[in-house]
Design a protein around this ligand. Structure first.
Ligand SMILES: [Zn+2]
Ligand SMILES: [Zn+2]
Length: 307
């Protein structure tokens, strides 16, 4: 296995370019590609720096585009004034929480990456002999496994008061969220909910390119479920919305707390009796929100949970 080849997909500067910016970029290039020769602390620091920068840039690029489209240009269509709104300036507070979380989240995640770079996981690079059915099976297994694990991790964060109060409550600070809330977690919360992805590739053989692609897709999914856009037809009661944990399902999780813990599907919510169809709330206009200050941590259910 040549897992270091994964780093070859990172666009790196040419030698000529590096001569003009010799220090930092060249150091990262040499250091990351020469991980076998590096001491563990140097490798950790270089990866931490690179992952934090990449995650920050990716977060701002994706959330900004989503916000500009759904809360900017087409706001009246996707979030008409008679529906619950985030409060003014909230997106900055969500982004601030995310900015604080990302470096810590990267710090906690690097040990998994180092293990993968050193060949301890079941990731592999050669994909020439992978048949089509392999992709169907492994992607299905990846999604079903992580969906199940995240359901239980998330549900336990709500079930145990200390876990909720100290780890998960920051993500529930705002009841009507924007895409910028996608990474607005306590670092331990974000790390815990990402654990299933790392565990999966230590258990099941997976192509490295596929893993990286899916890792990017799940980050985009996290942004997608915080944009409040009814992409799966929940308001119409579509069949897709019965099984896909879309944005309005996650909207309900933020407004009613004890429902819709899932990530991609409603399967585990349905099995465990925590599913809540968003359609009635949007039909009746009753969103279970306090009349005032509903976006400033004043929700009665939230106060009860945080005791
Ligand atoms: Zn929650
Ligand atoms: Zn959320």
């Amino acid at each position: 296995m040549d897992l270091l080849r994964v780093l070859e997909i990172i666009p790196l500067p040419s030698a000529a370019t590096c001569e003009s910016i010799p220090s930092l970029v060249q150091y990262i290039h040499d250091a990351v590609l020469a991980t076998n020769q590096m001491d563990l602390i140097s490798q950790f620091v270089v990866l931490w720096f690179a992952v934090t920068i990449a995650a920050t840039v990716g977060y701002f690029a994706a959330t900004s585009i989503s916000y500009m489209i759904f809360f900017g240009i087409f706001r009246d269509y996707f979030h008409p004034p008679h529906e619950p709104q985030p409060f003014k300036g909230q997106e900055w507070l969500e982004a601030k929480m995310s900015m604080i979380a990302i470096p810590w989240l990267s710090f906690l995640t690097i040990p998994f990456f180092i293990g993968e770079l050193k060949g301890h996981s079941k990731l592999y690079w050669q994909a020439e002999n992978d048949p089509l059915w392999y992709y169907v099976v492994v992607v299905s297994a990846f999604i079903l496994f992580t969906d199940m694990c995240i359901y239980w991790i998330h549900r336990w964060e709500h079930t145990f008061p200390l876990l909720y109060k100290y780890i998960h409550k920051p993500h529930h600070k705002w009841l009507v969220v924007t895409p910028f809330a996608a990474f607005a977690f306590h670092p331990l919360d974000g790390w815990a909910q990402a654990l299933p992805y790392h565990i999966f590739v230590y258990l099941i053989p997976m192509n490295t390119k596929l893993y990286i692609s899916l890792f990017v897709v799940v980050q985009l999914w996290s942004i997608n479920i915080h944009d409040g856009v009814d992409a799966v037809g929940s308001r119409l009661g579509s069949s897709a919305s019965q099984y896909v944990n879309g944005s309005l399902h996650h909207f309900i999780h933020h407004t009613r707390f004890d429902y819709n813990y899932g990530q991609y599907f409603t399967i585990w919510d349905r099995i465990m009796g925590s599913h809540y169809d968003p359609k009635p709330d949007f039909d009746t206009g009753d969103f279970n929100l306090p009349k005032q200050n509903y976006n400033e941590g004043m929700h009665p259910a939230d106060k009860k949970k945080s005791k």
